[in-house]
Ligand binder design. Structure first.
Ligand code: HEM
Length: 341
């Protein structure tokens, strides 16, 4: 049994890190699903076309196992050519590419959930008395269950835009808890900061979060645009108030994070990771802004949509990590130790 405890102690930080990496892969995969329009690639859940391993051609589909009403709703909401569901039209509309992109996304989600479950079990073996860690891991498990359930609801409601938004916010919650768990089991060396700098890090984090929420509202507007090309160069006007706020938020976020970058950059660091993290944060906020401008100017090229979302999540993770690593530095002189002569 002590061997088991030792092994779990060694594996715990590794699985906590693996969970974070896998969650980011899932976020990227999810945004690729949206950019390629593969969200309804599997019209049922948890199976895909009634099967555990989805078909690669329409000949493999057992049409007796499918619910035609679900396809009808899905097609109607996705502007497909035909909304009359027959075996023939189902064959016509089947896309192996969309089906497999969605299926791979689901598999990655399941694998990340498994990594989180292993982390939980390892923590129970190695650190069950660490109540904050156990609480964090329990919250993470609940969030995973909620995300999985939402995955089903998103499919059942044929990808209602606000459902996708809730789904994404849950993903942000998962990344936050995964970062907290990793920090708890493998604390990095502290970054000494003054209270005002710590407040600045917190403000940047809040701005990135708000910008992400407003960004999802912009995306909902994008999803409601008429299919096939947009707006004769007036895309920004068509995205309404959310886009106006997203613009304002972008300037505030860029300014806050850029100043944070300069405030942190020239401080002494306790390890090599901190300066790299700070430089990357500065670079990414500038790239994110540029990608946003390109999205608008170039009429929303599909390949840039996942990039914009992924960088937002990376920024969120980096600033949260900096916040976790920051330690209030004591400016006051150390209290004199009373002598006991
Ligand atoms: C630092 C700043 C920024 C952050 C953190 C940010 C973040 C986000 C996020 C998280 C989304 C939601 C993506 C999704 O739901 O798939 C989004 C959408 C969007 N953002 Fe930004 N954004 C920033 C700057 C900008 C700028 C400067 C512009 C343009 C001037 C812009 C234009 C857009 C557009 C057009 C969408 C909808 C894209 C889509 O439908 O996939 N963003 N943004």
């Amino acid at each position: 049994m002590p061997d088991m405890v030792l092994l779990s102690q060694r594996l715990l930080p590794k699985f906590a890190l693996l969970t974070i990496v896998l969650l980011y892969v899932v976020v990227l995969a999810g945004s690729i699903v949206r950019a390629t329009g593969s969200g309804m690639g599997c019209p049922d859940w948890p199976r895909c076309y009634g099967r555990l391993i989805p078909p690669t051609s329409s000949d493999e589909i057992d049409f007796r196992r499918l619910d035609p009403a679900r396809f009808e709703r899905s097609w109607a909401s996705h502007g497909r050519t035909s909304t009359v569901v027959t075996e023939e039209t189902l064959r016509e509309n089947f896309s192996a590419k969309e089906t497999w992109i969605e299926f791979i996304n689901r598999c990655l989600g399941a694998i990340s959930g498994l990594a989180a479950l292993v982390t939980f079990v390892l923590a129970v073996i190695a650190r069950r008395r660490d109540s904050p860690l156990m609480l964090l891991l329990t919250v993470q498990m609940v969030l995973f269950a909620a995300v999985a359930w939402m995955g089903k609801v998103v499919v059942d409601t044929n990808l209602l835009p606000w459902m996708i938004t809730v789904h994404m916010m849950l993903a942000a919650g998962l990344i936050a808890t995964a970062l907290l768990v990793r920090y708890r089991v493998a604390p990095a060396c502290a970054l000494p900061v003054k209270a005002s700098l710590r407040r600045h890090i917190l403000l940047s984090l809040i701005l990135i979060l708000m910008q992400t929420v407003i960004g999802t509202q912009v995306r909902e507007m994008v999803d409601n645009l008429p299919a096939g090309g947009c707006c004769d160069g007036r895309l920004e006007d068509r995205l309404g108030t959310p886009m106006v706020w997203h613009r304002v938020g972008a300037i505030l976020t860029l300014t806050a994070v850029a100043i944070l970058f300069f405030r942190l950059k020239f401080r002494p660091a306790c390890d090599a990771a901190a300066p790299a993290l700070i430089t990357l944060m500065g670079l990414l906020v500038a790239i994110e802004y540029g990608v946003g401008v390109l999205l608008i100017r170039a009429d929303l090229p599909a390949f840039l949509q996942p990039v914009h979302l992924f960088i937002a999540f990376l920024l969120f993770g980096m600033v949260l990590t900096l916040l976790l690593r920051s330690r209030l530095q004591n400016d006051e002189p150390a209290p004199k130790v009373a002598s006991h002569e």
